[in-house]
Design a protein around this ligand. Structure first.
Ligand code: AMP
Ligand code: ZN
Ligand code: FE
Length: 292
């Protein structure tokens, strides 16, 4: 079993990169990827711990993408096997961090206007070294009894379209994919069903457009993805020679009910998914993809 979407304290997960590795080792996972939001700052610790634990560790990142989508859908693109030292990548991610902090301030202003005051200091303390995200704000809101649970905080205030929601500054599709490829990684569309297209045809068209921009594949193994939908994705992958990935999207205690490896309970991603991705990555490097 493998898990190629994990979040650490480097962004909005509750466990350190090394802790994620220890837990993965304990439950017997073969391969894991660290995919923090808009940052690779946890990658060195993760790789180090992985080597010592003797499990396959994939350096990754999850980038939020700006593109028009229906029904408050959102698009995230994962970079797997990226080089965390890539200057272009680090530069762009730093810019996104600055914008994230600015956005967090705006969310706090909105909450203040709703009579729910959280200070900047509290938020910085909550995020620690990590890149600030809405889950950090949600945690504080729970602690203060503004809401009962993290899910409540999103449902009532923080979700897209909610009264305290503020858009993030994001890269465009083409830029995000190019950034990942220039950093030597595979560009993988995360949880495609969350783009919220009304029909599969919408998903299909979007994926084929992304493929023209260099997309390597997409997640198919993900808790909550309707089975009929994942079957259609698998067919699309084989029709267009796109790679398949998957993960739990584990955030530790910051996302209730999601477990490493098993997701909401039934996820069980075969090792072959990892080895196929590894193979593809090695091939793109040998045949000189965009770089190297
Ligand atoms: P941000 O990067 O600040 O936009 O926050 C995105 C993070 O919030 C992602 O990691 C999501 O998993 C998390 N998130 C989004 N919606 C919810 C929800 N309803 N309950 C818990 N976490 C959520
Ligand atoms: Zn997250
Ligand atoms: Fe995501």
């Amino acid at each position: 079993m493998i898990d190629l979407q994990l979040h650490s304290t480097a962004s909005d997960g509750s466990f350190s990169p090394a802790d994620l590795v220890f837990q993965a080792k304990e439950i017997g996972l073969t391969a894991i990827a660290l995919t923090d939001h808009d940052t690779v700052s946890g990658v060195p610790e993760f790789m180090d711990a992985g080597r010592r634990a003797g499990i396959h560790v994939v350096p990754g990142v999850e980038i939020s993408v700006d593109t028009p989508l229906p029904n408050h859908g959102h698009m995230h693109i994962l970079g797997l096997f990226i080089d965390p030292q890539s200057a272009g990548l680090i530069d762009k991610l730093e810019y996104l961090q600055t914008e994230r902090n600015r956005r967090a301030d705006k969310i706090l202003e909105k909450l203040h206007g709703l009579g729910l005051s959280v200070t900047r200091e509290e938020l910085l303390a909550e995020a620690g070294e990590g890149s600030i995200g809405r889950p950090h704000i949600a945690r504080i809101m729970v602690r203060r009894n503004f809401v009962g649970t993290i899910a409540d905080a999103f449902e009532k205030y923080l979700k897209k379209g909610g009264p305290a929601y503020v858009d993030k500054v994001k890269l465009g599709e083409e830029d995000a994919i190019a950034l990942i490829k220039d950093a030597g990684g595979l560009a993988i569309l995360a949880h495609p069903h969350l783009m919220n297209f009304d029909t599969f045809e919408g998903t299909r068209e979007k994926i084929l457009a992304l493929r023209e921009m260099g997309l390597d594949g997409f997640e198919v193994h993900y808790s909550g993805m309707p089975q009929e939908y994942s079957e259609k994705l698998l067919a699309l992958a084989s029709e267009y020679d796109l790679a398949v990935s998957g993960g739990s999207d584990f955030h530790g205690e910051n996302k209730e009910g999601i477990h490493m490896g098993t997701g909401t309970g039934n996820l069980d991603i075969p090792d072959s998914v990892y080895f196929q991705l590894l193979n593809r990555w090695q091939n793109t490097r040998n045949t000189g993809g965009r770089k190297k």
